[in-house]
Design a protein around this ligand. Structure first.
Ligand code: PEP
Ligand code: MG
Length: 769
């Protein structure tokens, strides 16, 4: 059974489009269940009707024609009840609705199962049979299992393959949006510019072309370059490889001849497919043929053909990226966009970024935040290859991307952009003013940094110090661990730029979703695995070099503070302190003139919350990492789109933990700051201030906004608001209450764009995928 299921899902997954996927599905289900009919009805949400999309056993002419209203017939019942209906005589059921065009009159037994993806009803899968019999429990369980597996396939295929249908929806002001995760806040409107992933046949679609000559020319150019590569390789190899191995290069060259791969590819292009699609088609065909061969020598030729194909593809894609005209306001879209795009695309052309992979912590998001480019990442089901040249809106406030917005949606987002531009100007007026409440309470506003690009903007915006310097970022942009000297130079720049203000350098925090290309960590459960201090204590050689570099960098400045990430026990602080002292003695012996820096611990694991009293015996300060603390307290992966709605910074448990931390730290007289995203959100900043947090550290982009809001509220009012919040038992209520109160205080615009305030009817009318 499992094997059958696996095979069906695999086949459906590799279908080129939605309609083939559905056809495969109905054919395979009918066969494996031994029934007479299998059909799939998909729900067209805009018309509120089911449409027969595929069938085996009913009349094929009815596909696309037979429709049912949402509440009509047994299909409607299955959908409305969101559970299977299993009947031995469907026509005698009062809700039965006979669809004449399908020719279903001979069939009596009926089993319908809803297709549901993430709580969203997508359609109904039905099997039917002539005999009057109830399908047995095993058959029902099989169809339910299959439907649950296939729901994701349908959702994905719908989103990626049925985009033409989606575009039909742009009429009447309903546009389509795709959900992702916020990489950098802000809104951008522009034209999609698709960056193709590194040569990979899986992501090459078919695409009809008119200008066949142009395609053939691109192919010839790529072919020439691959031949040149092979010759260069062959010359190099002649010095090292035995003659029989060198013969392989001649085989490669012959494979590229007109009477081999090249000729076949040209024929496909002449048939109207673009060259990348033609190349994929031909190469994959030969790879499959070689792989199926008995002879192991011939089997191994499969990888030669694939390798050659990938070489050609790489040149074709490079040509595309470099020669395709870059729109004035490009929304750079790709499977895994990395900061290398800035090499090929001028910064001023990049209005926004959309990446299918990535998280709020990925390198691209960090760089985007430094440069202030609205970015949405993790948009898993984005129809990448059908977007080139289309209009997109990147909504970095809500982590959404809108495709082909209608005029009304466009107008609304243009209004947001103008409003934000006005607001930025207004915010500048507080740059040189202190962050002080209306009743004279002073809050320190620090910044989180990682790149040199963060430094200038932080200083321009009046940052009072660095509350979190993420040292993993300079590690991420290299292809090996940076040396002690390299690290020293980078750290020195940060320390000098902010001198005499303190710079809190966090020791390397890799693992979880932060990976180094040259130090891969493969784990089933990375957020609960080898992360932060756990990695560096296991690699004292990395830790010691980093601490030594920090200490040398702070020579004669002495504005360095060291901070330890992901600490969950006093043993870790003990061990780290031991190594820090060792490094300190070493550099002193080597002649450095440095003071012993303060050492702090991040409170970002629930275990740490309840050991504040013990931790403060061993360290000088604490800083709350509310991003991780929220994810660990709520058991919600902070980058997982499926559970994004459960990641709630305003959750009562998160707020209580934050209050517990500040109270416990104050009781011990230990300074505590907060450096998670909550510090940079004006709404949560007000609550944090009311709890007693006096130092907030955030990305430079949030600094002026938070300052503006805190300067407009009094500590008394903030504490009154916090007192109300303690009586509330859920995040949504707390959040909307805080929003409302700040809105009433005339601060609504500073919390979020006007358009996103108030009732949902004001919001852009878009249809979610
Ligand atoms: C945090 O967890 O809140 C934090 C600031 O660290 P990072 O986001 O880098 O994990
Ligand atoms: Mg963290």
């Amino acid at each position: 059974m499992l094997e059958t299921l696996r095979r069906i899902v695999q086949e459906v997954n590799s279908a080129p489009d939605l309609s083939s996927a559905l056809n495969v599905m109905v054919a395979r289900v009918r066969l494996s269940m031994g029934t007479e009919v299998c059909s799939i009805y998909l729900l067209d949400h805009s018309a509120n009707r089911y449409i027969l999309m595929a069938t085996e056993g009913l009349k094929k002419e009815a596909v696309g024609m037979a429709t049912l209203h949402f509440s009509e017939g047994l299909v409607g019942q299955v959908g409305m009840r969101e559970e299977p209906i299993n009947l031995d005589d469907a026509p005698s059921h009062p809700k039965f609705r006979y669809l004449q065009e399908t020719g279903e009159e001979p069939f009596h037994s009926f089993l319908g199962v809803p297709i549901i993806h993430h709580r969203k009803l997508l359609g109904v899968i039905v099997v039917q049979q002539r005999d009057r019999r109830r399908f047995d429990q095993e058959e029902e369980a099989f169809l339910v299992t299959l439907s649950a597996q296939l729901a994701a396939v349908v959702a994905h295929a719908e989103a990626t393959g049925a985009i033409d249908g989606i575009f039909g929806n742009t009429m009447g002001g309903v546009t389509t949006k795709f959900d992702g995760v916020v990489g950098c806040i802000g809104v951008a409107i522009g034209t999609a510019f698709v960056v193709y992933p590194a040569a990979d046949f899986k992501s090459v679609p078919d695409r009809p072309v008119k200008n066949i000559r142009k395609e053939l020319k691109a192919f010839n150019d790529a072919l020439k370059r691959v031949r040149a590569d092979i010759r260069a390789l062959s010359e190099k190899a002649s010095l090292t490889l035995p003659p029989e191995e060198q013969a392989l290069f001649q085989v490669y060259e012959r494979m590229l001849d007109d009477n081999a791969l090249a000729g076949e590819i040209r024929t496909h292009v002449q048939g109207g497919n673009w060259v990348q699609g033609a190349l994929r088609e031909v190469v994959m065909k030969h790879v499959a043929a070689f792989e199926a061969m008995e002879d192991s020598y011939l089997q191994a030729r499969a990888s030669d053909v694939r390798d050659l194909g990938l070489r050609i593809l790489a040149y074709l894609q490079e040509a595309k990226t470099l020669s395709a005209p870059i729109p004035e306001r490009a929304i750079v879209v790709g499977e895994d966009i990395t900061p290398t795009i800035f090499v090929d695309i001028p910064r001023e052309r990049i209005a926004g970024i959309v990446s299918l992979h990535g998280s709020s912590n990925s390198h691209m998001s960090i760089v985007a935040r430094s440069l202030g480019i609205p970015t949405v990442v993790g948009v898993g089901e984005f129809p990448l290859f059908r977007l080139e040249g289309l209009n997109l809106i990147v909504d970095g406030h809500r982590g959404e991307v809108i495709v082909q917005p209608g005029p009304e949606v466009l107008r609304q987002y243009q209004a947001i952009i103008s409003e934000q531009a006005e607001l930025s100007k207004e915010l500048e007026s507080v740059t040189d003013l202190p962050c002080e409440t209306t009743d004279g309470h002073r809050i320190n506003l620090f910044v989180n940094t990682g790149l040199m690009a963060d430094v200038n903007i932080s200083l321009q915006r009046g940052a009072e110090g660095v509350g979190l310097y993420r040292t993993e970022i300079p590690f991420m942009v290299r292809d090996r661990f940076p040396s002690e000297l390299e690290q020293m130079e980078i750290y020195r720049q940060q320390l000098e730029a902010f001198y005499p203000a303190p710079v809190t350098m966090r020791t390397l925090d890799v693992g979880g979703d932060k990976s180094l290309p040259y130090f891969p960590i493969q784990e089933d459960n990375p957020f609960l695995g080898w992360r932060g201090i756990r990695v560096t204590l296991d690699h004292p050689e990395i830790f010691l070099v980093q601490i030594r570099a920090m200490l040398w960098a702070s020579e004669s400045l002495d504005n360095l503070r060291i901070m330890l990430p992901m600490v969950s026990s006093v043993m870790e602080i003990d061990e780290a302190m031991h190594l820090i002292h060792r490094a300190y003695l070493e550099v002193l012996e080597e002649g450095a003139h440095v003071q012993m820096p303060e050492v702090g611990v991040m409170i970002e694991v629930p275990a740490a919350v309840y050991q504040i009293q013990d931790f403060v015996q061993q360290c000088d300060f604490l800083s709350v990492g509310s991003n991780d603390l929220t994810q660990y307290l709520l058991a919600v992966d902070r980058n997982n789109r499926r559970v994004a709605s459960l990641y709630q910074a305003f959750h009562p448990s998160v707020l209580r933990a934050l209050k517990h931390i500040i109270d416990a730290a104050k009781a011990e007289g230990t300074p505590v700051s907060i450096c998670g995203e909550m510090a940079g959100d004006p709404c949560s900043a007000v609550l944090l201030m009311a709890m007693g947090y006096e130092t907030l550290s955030m990305s430079a982009t949030s600094l002026l906004r938070v300052k503006w809001v805190l300067r407009k509220v009094g500590m008394d009012a903030a504490q009154e608001l916090l007192a109300q919040v303690w009586k509330m038992d859920n995040a949504a209520v707390i959040k909307s209450h805080v929003d409302l109160m700040l809105d009433r205080a005339g601060l609504g615009n500073f919390i979020r764009p006007t358009l996103f305030q108030g009732t949902s009817s004001q919001e852009p009318k878009v249809q979610a995928r």
